[in-house]
Write a protein that binds this ligand. Structure first.
Ligand SMILES: [Zn+2]
Length: 490
């Protein structure tokens, strides 16, 4: 048996002003031939599982490109096509193969390709023919297109947000595809379109309980796998939305997918987090801190989450902390390579005037003019990343601004873990308030030190007031752009 694997992905925020070009893939993660080393990206983990599982069965494994770009705006068309064609060329050279396994994101949009994953899988199918199983693992923030479901044999999607289960899901996908390749199972996929958009962390009830129910259904009565494609609200594409996917062994899972999808609709209002307007979030943080809890109030600056394509240089929250005198605080991570360069030039211990953040566009707010002390400089700093590996922060600096510790860095990244601070000599656990530029992934690392966590909204790039997002391609009707009665007629 001969297995072919590859990974090509990013999460495209079609509203982001930042282009996704070759350099962003190269700086984020790019490996050829399986040379992952000891710091694999989240989307490399499935490939490592596929390889290990296949080799344990004595299979031959051909590993093609594995690359991922930090989320930003649409991918430059020629860059997407070059990476795609590299994978296709590798596949042609590897022929004949008995199975193809891909680690993709599911929300990758290029300038003229609305679903890069669908385009890639359609072309792979043309090469391998109808009989060779193609398995795809996706991030749950995917656009699950009907053509992708038609062309792939099995799609398994992360269950957890924060995404702590990429390797586990890869093992499940491998089992299904290996079973098909060996003629033991005949996977069939059924999809129910919930016709809704939203963002649903899985660390909270009732969604955590719903997932426990789903797990109990898997592996029984011919049900091979159940996934929820949450969708990615900041991708303005024609197949946007939350969907339930059931893979059954040679049976039709439509009834089950429909039943679960309708349940999920009923839970819709309870599974979207309690987003708080910024002032309300800061009021609550002060009230909470006044009770002297053990550990800081951790506030997610959700609208400026680099992990969803935001610039990560918005000043709205830091400005209000300074204005309100909430200075027993640590804030990170600001993407401002120019400010880091000036701090490096001044050196540790220096004090300098800085124009911080607010540089990438109107959604970043105006820049902040501050006097900053350079507390600590770091070179090629990393932070832990969903317990799996580490994420590059680039060169970074810990600044002290009116008592607030502010981390500024050169490689745009979401703030995942407390070591984004501690690696630069700042102990966030010792502060009253910690503000992290992250939507939800921060909870995997920061819940350990937080006395409570809040999700604060602001006018940044990741607006959670969905009806005000200027969609042009999103399917209609869909909740909450349309009311329930209209969107959920089926
Ligand atoms: Zn995701």
């Amino acid at each position: 048996m001969r297995l072919f694997t590859a990974s090509l992905g990013t999460e495209t925020n079609t509203f982001s002003p930042l282009p996704t070009g070759r350099a962003l893939f190269e700086v984020t993660y790019l490996v050829r031939g399986g040379a992952h080393g000891d710091n694999p990206d989240l989307f490399a983990l499935p490939l490592m599982v596929f390889r290990d599982r296949a080799r344990a069965l004595g299979w031959d494994v051909v590993e093609s490109l594995c690359t991922f770009a930090a989320p930003a705006g649409p991918t430059v068309q020629s860059v997407y096509e070059a990476y795609r064609d590299e994978i296709l060329d590798d596949l042609r050279r590897a022929q004949p193969v008995d199975a193809v396994l891909l680690s993709l994101h599911g929300a990758m949009v290029a300038e003229r390709t609305e679903s890069c994953e669908t385009d890639l899988v359609v072309r792979i199918r043309e090469i391998v023919g109808p009989a060779v199983p193609i398995g795809v693992e996706l991030d749950l923030h995917c656009h699950l297109t009907s053509d992708l479901v038609a062309q792939a044999d099995a799609i398994v999607i992360f269950k957890e947000y924060p995404h702590i289960d990429a390797a586990e899901r890869a093992g499940e996908l491998f089992d299904i595809v290996a079973g098909q390749a060996e003629g033991r199972v005949k996977p069939r996929m059924a999809v129910f379109d919930c016709r809704m958009i939203g963002l649903y962390p899985t660390v909270m009830e009732p969604l955590a309980g719903f997932l426990r129910e789903i797990r109990a259904l898997e592996g029984r009565d011919g049900v091979l796998s159940i996934s929820i494609a949450h969708g990615f609200p900041w991708g303005d594409v024609s197949e946007l939305g939350t969907k339930v996917l059931v893979i059954s062994d040679d049976t039709d899972g439509s009834e089950l997918a429909g039943r679960l999808g309708r349940r999920l609709r009923e839970l819709r209002d309870q599974i979207e987090p309690p987003w708080l307007p910024l002032e309300e979030a800061l009021d609550r943080a002060m009230d909470w801190a006044a009770q002297a809890p053990a550990g800081p109030v951790v506030i997610g600056d959700i609208a400026d989450n680099a992990g969803g394509g935001a610039p990560s240089d918005a000043t709205f929250v830091l400005r209000r902390l300074l204005e309100r005198g909430m200075t027993d605080a640590a804030v990170g991570c600001f993407w401002d390579p120019g400010a880091v360069r000036l701090a490096q030039e001044a050196g540790e211990g220096a004090t300098l005037r800085l124009r911080l953040g607010g540089k990438l566009g109107p959604m970043s707010g105006p820049p902040l003019d501050v006097v900053a002390a350079v507390e600590r400089l770091g070179t090629d700093v990393h932070q832990s990343y969903l317990g799996a590996s580490s994420a590059r922060m680039g060169d970074a600096v810990a600044l002290k601004i009116e008592g607030i510790d502010v981390i500024v860095n050169t490689v745009r990244c979401q703030t995942f873990s407390p070591d984004a601070f501690t690696n630069l000599g700042v102990d966030p656990a010792a502060r009253r308030y910690v503000v992290v530029k992250s939507m939800n992934h921060f909870r995997a690392g920061f819940d350990k030190i937080a006395s409570t966590s809040l999700y604060a909204t602001s006018p940044g790039s990741m607006n959670v007031d969905y009806p005000t997002i200027p969609y042009r391609n999103a399917p209609r009707p869909i909740f909450p752009l349309d009311d329930r009665a209209t969107a959920w007629r089926d």
